[in-house]
Write a protein that binds this ligand. Structure first.
Ligand code: UT7
Length: 329
């Protein structure tokens, strides 16, 4: 562990769409029950965008809130990294729309796509930009409108996903607070267990590919579940070693919010009691790259995460990708 971290989070913000989709709404759409969804996933509600709203709209709101929280002006931002699997358009990057919307005209802006682990990959990049003095101020956003790629006739997936965005502003650290360690991994051999096959160059948006529903998330839930439990547990253990921390040093585990049973298994693996685990999957469902930054912002605002606290972030997603970070706030 470094004594003085290179980069620290100096502000956070989030944006959740207004429209709520409850388990009871879903009962009217597919053959499911509130009882099944809550007992198998822990999810009760999720929020989804209205017609015309897109990922950069949520990302812009989260970014403006994070900049305000950090008391940093948009023109001070050197780099904007947007982690998403639901970009506004094929190209350019969603990050450039945020750049335009907030007036961050001095920044380089680009997207990264590491599915649900996107925020952790982005945190590692932001830390590297600042550690190597390529940038002083990095705006990192995780944002998704998964409702646009969800098949609301498929009960295996449509009960799980929600929309939202979270953002963090990072700057050089001048004390013991900041990114203590990061860990990222992927395994492309297992890509077929969780993917959206269409809309890219392999399966372009033809009538036939639409007919085969390639524009939607497809998932082998049970297999993904098993890998998520193993990889998130591994990543949580690994980050403690990398950061030189023991369980007792951890104030809060902030896991990717996909399923309460995966969250519980991860906490158990590193022997953390429930009061040290942040859970909001019941409210927002799985928001992929947005889930960790939304949770960080919420935990800071409701007092679960205080200045000086050590948090462990851990995520897993399609690819597969997985990773973790240790952060002193
Ligand atoms: O973001 C990271 C990536 N995603 C994840 O981490 C998600 C990982 N997977 C999961 O969270 C879980 O596997 C699910 C929540 C998706 C499914 O839970 P499960 O306990 O693994 O259920 P299952 O897939 O084994 O299905 C059990 C039964 C099946 O019926 P049969 O074959 O036993 O008759 C399903 O057809 O539950 C049925 N089922 C449902 N029933 C009511 C599946 N979805 C539903 C539903 N409502 N929405």
């Amino acid at each position: 562990m470094r004594n003085q971290p290179a980069a620290k989070i100096v502000g956070t913000g989030a944006s959740i769409p207004e429209k709520v989709l409850t388990n009871f709404d879903l009962e009217k759409m597919v053959d499911t029950t509130d009882e099944w969804i809550t007992s198998r996933t822990g999810i009760e509600t999720r929020y989804i965008v209205q017609d015309g709203q897109c990922t950069s709209d949520l990302g812009t709101e989260a970014a403006l809130r994070a900049l305000k929280d950090a008391r940093v002006k948009a023109k001070e931002v050197d780099v904007i990294i947007f982690a998403t699997i639901t970009s506004d358009v094929g190209f350019p990057a969603t990050a450039v729309f945020v750049q335009k919307n907030i007036g961050a005209h001095n920044a380089a802006a680009f997207d990264i796509q590491a599915t649900c682990t996107g925020f952790i990959y982005g945190l590692e990049m932001a830390d590297a930009f600042i550690a190597t003095r390529r940038a002083k101020t990095v705006l990192l956003i995780g944002g998704e409108t998964l409702s646009r790629i969800t098949d609301y006739s498929d009960r295996n997936t449509c009960v799980l996903f929600g929309d939202g965005a979270g953002a963090a502003v990072l700057q050089p650290s001048d004390d013991d607070r900041g990114i203590l360690a990061t860990y990222t991994r992927s395994d492309g051999r297992l890509h077929n267990l969780l993917m959206m096959e269409g809309m890219g160059t392999k399966n372009p948006p033809t009538a036939q590919n639409y007919h085969e529903k390639m524009q939607y998330i497809q998932m082998e839930g049970r297999d993904v579940f098993k890998h998520a439990v193993t990889c998130m547990g591994d990543a949580a253990e690994m980050i403690l070693v990398k950061a030189g921390l023991s369980q007792a040093d951890v104030d809060l585990l902030i896991p990717h919010q996909a399923n309460i049973r995966i969250i519980d298994a991860t906490a158990k693996r590193i022997k953390l009691p429930p009061e040290k685990v942040y859970v909001n999957v019941n409210k927002y469902g799985n928001t992929s790259a947005a889930s960790i930054p939304i949770a960080i912002d919420e935990a800071r605002r409701n007092g679960r995460l205080k200045q000086g606290d050590v948090a462990i972030l851990v995520a897993f997603g399609g690819g597969f990708t997985w990773g973790s970070a240790a952060v002193r706030f």
